[in-house]
Design a protein around this ligand. Structure first.
Ligand code: FEO
Length: 398
């Protein structure tokens, strides 16, 4: 196969691959635009490969590497910033072609390297601040635990000021012809970045904040994540958004999620939305929990400040789709929401209490408007729904 070398900084080459086959990332999150597994080759007197790819793409990956290496060149080091198998699955295959390659990782990484692949030999342990001199290039290592897994770290190349950031700043979506943000339309990646953050990294906001403070001391020209484009022109925008989402600040807008078997509960959601818009908030996103994918709903919940959840009573419990979503929100440890809720039933309402308990557990600022509908929406509840929307909007607008 023929591959052109994609140089992203002086003597640093993109050698990642696109995955358009996988339906769900981590067997959970739909990826309609696919995903890239990014890997980078840093060439000096010695050559280092930064992260590898999913096992399913091993063959293509090795072909790409052979195209990128000049005659007589080999891979001296494999730096593992993150050992989750979407970035390490190719390692055993890779070692067959580059048997002398030294695998570089921190203590936790090397333990996992043994645990996943039984690899114990030809490794190099690095600690916070350690350096690896490749000749022209010099790599320094920065431990950033729990951005996404406990072993995660970032690698900084000092001469080109390139940061290899692991999953941090990643986005779903394949790289279609171009790799660097300057050569492609990045529009689709921003939404996919939010979706990636909310569903993969969302739980680890505190760790992301610590990592941001650590890399704040570095002069950065390029950010090279393990997924999505290389960020150069738009790196400051990325850093700014990451700072805000990891602090869970939330943009000015409200997400309304409801379950409704016959459209009655949906009418309450419509009225809440009406109340919000009347107060001048333009970003109102209404999700039917049974139709919208939960990964998309979670993305919007993480992105915006306001959240309203409405559930029908179903077999003496939440509607099953709301129950599943509520569990995902808890698991992601979503914080700092302005929250409202409403419930409905045909004869016995049990979900009002459950939503109240949920709000207390999440420690959110909850609007005190109680809406418990029986069968179809009545005038009184229509007025209350408008009021709920109004108060939520006013709280966000403060
Ligand atoms: Fe892209 Fe946490 O793996």
């Amino acid at each position: 196969m023929i591959f052109n070398k994609k140089e992203i900084a002086e003597n640093i080459f993109y050698v990642g691959v696109n995955d358009r086959l996988k339906e769900k990332f981590e067997n959970l999150i739909p990826i309609p635009y696919g995903v890239s597994y990014n890997s980078y080759l840093v060439k000096g007197e010695k050559t280092a490969l930064i992260d590898s790819v999913d096992a399913s793409m091993s063959d293509l990956f090795v072909e790409k590497l052979h195209s990128a290496l000049d005659k007589g060149e080999t891979i001296d080091y494999l730096i593992i910033n993150h050992i989750e198998p979407d970035h390490s699955g190719a390692i055993r295959f890779l070692r067959q072609f580059f048997p002398k390659m030294t695998i570089v990782g921190n203590k936790k990484t090397l333990n996992m390297l043994d645990g996943y692949y039984g690899i114990l030999d030809n490794t190099l342990l690095v600690k916070q601040g350690d350096e690896l001199d490749l000749g022209t290039h010099r790599l320094t290592f920065h431990l950033t635990p729990f951005v996404h897994w406990p072993e995660t770290m970032m690698t900084y190349e000092t001469t080109t000021q390139t940061l290899f950031s692991g999953d941090c700043f990643g986005a779903f979506g394949t790289l279609d012809g171009g790799v660097i943000d300057t050569e492609i339309n990045t529009k689709k990646y921003w939404d996919e970045m939010y979706r990636y953050y909310a569903n993969v990294m969302g739980k680890y906001g505190t760790s992301v904040q610590k990592a941001l403070q650590k890399i704040n001391k570095l002069e950065i020209k390029s950010i090279c994540s393990t997924h999505g484009p290389v960020w150069k022109n738009e790196k400051d925008k990325m850093l700014d958004i990451y700072d805000k989402i990891s602090k869970q600040e939330g943009e000015k807008g409200v997400v309304i999620v409801y379950s409704s078997m016959y459209g009655n509960t949906e009418q309450i959601a419509e009225a809440v939305a009406e109340g919000i818009v009347k107060e001048g908030i333009k970003d109102v996103i209404v999700h039917n929990v049974s139709k919208s994918n939960h990964a998309d709903i979670l993305k919007d919940i993480v992105k915006y400040k306001g959240l309203v959840i409405g559930s029908t009573t179903y077999n003496n419990d939440f509607h099953p789709e709301i129950k599943s979503l509520v569990s995902k929100i808890e698991n992601t440890e979503v914080k700092e929401k302005v929250f409202g809720y409403f419930s409905s039933c045909s004869w016995a309402n049990v979900v009002d209490k459950k939503l109240k308990e949920f709000a207390e557990k999440m420690k959110w600022e909850t609007v005190e408007v109680s809406i418990n509908e029986k069968m179809s929406m009545k005038q009184e509840n229509y007025e209350k729904a408008l009021l709920m929307g109004k108060i939520i909007a006013q709280t966000i607008n403060k």
